[in-house]
Design a protein around this ligand. Structure first.
Ligand code: AMP
Ligand code: ZN
Length: 474
């Protein structure tokens, strides 16, 4: 597998620290608002990477955190007049529901920041002991000038960073670029966002959360760290600084993967710009989760993705086509043949080779093109009768289509359910009739009868005549 590594700015061969156990950490949501489709892009991209790694390696631990303590959360809770606890549990549930609708798998571990305060305090104490951090007026700050490697990820000098970023100038800072590890709570803060610490009652900074949670669940060194490109600086730069300075000898993550932005009319979709559409908005308008998912995967993960209505429309048409391919060959009678074919080493090798586009830095557009080819090979009207020689090949293509799609998290429902969902089960029936005709042409009468019986069991009666086949509900 090859991956674009932001740390080296090159596409590198993926060499795991331990091929028996792959470890990946991805920055998860700050739970103050329902996820928009820009947030969803990040989740779907790493879900595909997780699926591919799980296919290629025996064990994968995927950690994606929940940031449930943050200034934005405090502000949103005050604005809505509810407790932090109520807000974070509501939004966490919405996040799970919406990502579930996009067919995203649960990560192996989903740690919450509020459950790792002790580990954060311990890391801050190690940083202070090593001279990398200092306490001042209830705050603890990281001393960036003490870390000779600071800026290694974003490739900027400390001076440039200060000029380019909105760093807070504060009297308690030794240096303007120093960032917060711990900050004091105010009197009026909700009790569930305040924690006791050696520096008084307060709460952690955002960056220290990920350093502490990745260490708690993956150890100090792991393979892949992912997140949106907006997180490279300061968030990821600061994570590296904290973890490498706080854990002597650690390199932290080996590969840094960043997904590109989802944009609207050229601008990043974000809550603050107000140009966002939530996943929930689309779902409640009747857009299927699978359509949203495919729309997000049509562009390579590290390129910008401009969101338009046409994109959703095209994704829906593409899924119609892929499900037609599945429907054309998916009958019980074909199963045992497929399993036989699957048993052969050749088939496994063929299947594995077909995933190559995905191993090439997660090239989902190329992988989708390959799915289309598999679907095409299933559609009877596109196959010359002499190539039909039994339906074995078609069964294999159908099986391949489904298996390959599963690595993208697509085509996991039955074609019947897909078309019925659109109120178009007639299309599905038509495809079955086409498949039966093709089987008859190939003199595979067992298959043809199996299709007729399968339809009959669903209350659909076929009637053959000289002019063709019609159907009625029996
Ligand atoms: P946030 O809730 O803003 O911290 O974002 C959660 C995740 O979504 C982070 O990994 C962000 O990088 C990512 N993200 C936010 N907005 C976008 C966007 N417009 N396009 C792609 N990823 C985004
Ligand atoms: Zn993070």
């Amino acid at each position: 597998m090859r991956l674009s590594n932001s740390l080296t700015r090159t596409t590198e061969e993926f060499v795991p620290l331990d091929p028996a156990h792959i470890k990946m950490y991805v920055c998860g949501p700050t739970v103050y608002a329902r996820p928009h489709i820009g947030n969803a892009r990040s989740v779907v991209v790493y879900d595909v990477l997780y699926r591919l790694l799980s296919h290629d390696f025996p064990k994968v631990t995927f950690v994606r955190n929940i940031t449930d303590v943050d200034d934005k959360i405090n502000a949103a809770a005050v604005e809505r007049g509810i407790t932090i606890q109520a807000l974070t549990s509501e939004v966490t549930q919405q996040f799970h529901d919406d990502m579930g609708a996009l067919n995203c798998l649960k990560p192996t571990v989903e740690p919450r920041a509020t459950e790792h305060i002790a580990q954060m305090i311990a890391l801050i104490e190690r940083l202070i002991a090593g001279g990398f951090a200092y306490a001042a007026e209830g705050h603890v700050l990281f001393r960036v000038q003490k870390d000779p490697n600071y800026g290694q990820l974003s490739r900027r000098s400390v001076k440039d960073m200060i000029a380019g970023a909105r760093v807070e100038v504060a009297p308690y800072k030794e240096y303007a670029g120093d960032f917060v590890l711990w900050k004091p709570a105010s009197e009026k803060d909700d009790a569930s966002s305040k924690f006791d610490s050696p520096w008084g009652i307060g709460r952690p900074g955002w960056h220290i959360e990920c350093s502490a949670m990745s260490d708690a669940h993956l150890g100090t060194d792991f393979d892949i760290h992912g997140g949106g490109a907006d997180l490279m600086f300061p968030h990821h730069e600061n994570e590296i600084a904290q973890s490498t300075c706080g854990n002597a000898g650690s390199h932290y993550a080996k590969y840094w993967v960043h997904n590109g932005f989802l944009t609207v009319e050229g601008e990043k979709m974000s809550k603050s710009l107000g140009n966002f559409i939530t996943v929930h908005d689309l779902l409640s308008k009747g857009v299927k989760g699978e359509v949203i998912r495919l729309a997000l995967l049509k562009t390579k993960y590290n390129e910008p993705l401009n969101w338009t209505d046409k994109l959703l429309h095209d994704a829906e048409k593409e899924l119609d086509y892929l499900y037609r391919g599945l429907a054309a060959a998916e009958v019980e009678a074909g199963r045992s043949k497929i399993e036989k074919a699957m048993g052969s080493q050749e088939f496994n090798q063929f299947f594995s080779d077909t995933l190559e586009p995905l191993r090439d830095d997660l090239n989902t557009p190329a992988m989708l093109a390959s799915l289309r080819q598999q679907a095409q090979a299933c559609l009877p009207e596109l196959i010359a009768p002499d190539e039909l020689a039994g339906s074995r090949d078609r069964d294999v293509h159908c099986f391949m289509l489904k298996q390959l799609a599963s690595v993208l998290g697509l085509l996991q429902q039955s074609p019947e359910a897909w078309f019925q969902g659109e109120g178009e089960d007639t299309l599905w029936i038509d495809v079955q009739i086409e498949a039966r005709n093709a089987a008859k042409k190939a003199r595979d009468f067992g298959q043809a009868d199996a299709i007729r019986d399968m339809l009959k069991a669903k209350g659909i009666i076929l009637e053959d005549s000289a002019t063709g086949t019609t159907w009625r509900r029996g």
